[in-house]
Design a protein around this ligand. Sequence first.
Ligand code: SF4
Ligand code: SF4
Length: 412
Amino acid sequence: MFEPVSLYKCDSYDYDEVSGVLSKALSDIDGLSFVKPGMIVAIKANLVTGMAPEKAGTTHPQLIKRLCQMITDLGASVVIGDSPGGLYTPVFVKNIYRGCGLTSMVEDLEKELQAKGSKQTVSLNEDFSISDGTFDGKSLRSFIYTGWLDKVDAIINVSKLKSHAMMGMSCAVKNMFGTIPGATKPEYHMRFPEEMAFANVMVDLNEFFKPALYVVDAIDGMEGNGPTAGEKRHIGAILASKRPYALDMACADIINMGINDCQTLKAAYERNLGPKDISEINVVGDASILDIKVLDFKRATSHQSINFEGGGLFNKVKSVAIRTVFNTRPELKKDECIGCKKCFETCPAKAITMVPGKNALTDSESKASQIPQIDRSKCIKCFCCQEFCPKGAMKVHETNLAKVIHKINQGR
Ligand code: SF4
Ligand code: SF4
């Protein structure tokens, strides 16, 4: 029923290894059969912030390089892009390209193509126009998106497997949020503060754009305080599929998560778009999920692993108790804060004010002259502040009891 998921072991970003593995992974599912000579294909990467590839927060350039070569060999040209968090302007985004290692990679590819006398091109997106979209989705009706995607013939979504504070996991489905212009992303958290409504925005974006192919960079993923401030975790796989939902279920299973840990999986299942569990997935390739599985992959938060379904007074009381135990929230690690105000500027609920670093907080060890203070009554727990803090100073706080339960849960 669901599109097969291709899963191959890949132990490093060594070009020869990535090249061989990606070719096999795509060949197994006939992944590039839609590419025709003369086409322009968009690679929608995960470039959430300008972090170096070895930090494992963004799609690795080596994977994108090989994919570009395979597409140009079929006679099509490629444009690579994303709308990171922050401004969607040429200066801002070009810095992100550079930071993610894409600028030099594309320059090398252009030289390669010129040397071959090829007519095809590979470029980084420089079109920062905005388009209006309408869609009869579950959450989305009218919205704006990055206009470069209107000028291509097909989209390939190339994501990174990471933990995510709000959604549980960031992978193929979540990667389409990068079609929303950076500065307007926080508005979506205000419009859809409830987790399932926000997850349905992600599913709507996938159904609106319908990428022709999805590839996941799971060679090195990010665990813990993801999607930008966690730690690199070696996983050792490349995955691909023509649809994102079974693919994300496979990725979730690899990092020891399931439908109750990841809201986008749940949203897709409730819309009959995705599987309920891993047993419904057809995995092809040279590896099984059990070969790759990372049982102790650290989550950003554990509260999604609890199922709140069910009526009746007992279930309601149980639900309130569970919510109290698993009440996650953003919390500042003062000694890591540099006072850059990014969280203050990003917060969609205007719940953050900047206060004097030393005087206002009695136990402050902050070196910054100003640090953020969160008004908990306004906070909608979107975790944008955590996602976009360049120093990882904003953490996901769990209660002590939740930490204990989380540890037991991961050891199961
Ligand atoms: S304080 Fe952080 S989590 Fe709370 S609303 Fe603002 S950005 Fe979202
Ligand atoms: S918490 Fe992070 S984003 Fe906010 S001011 Fe400190 S360093 Fe900047």
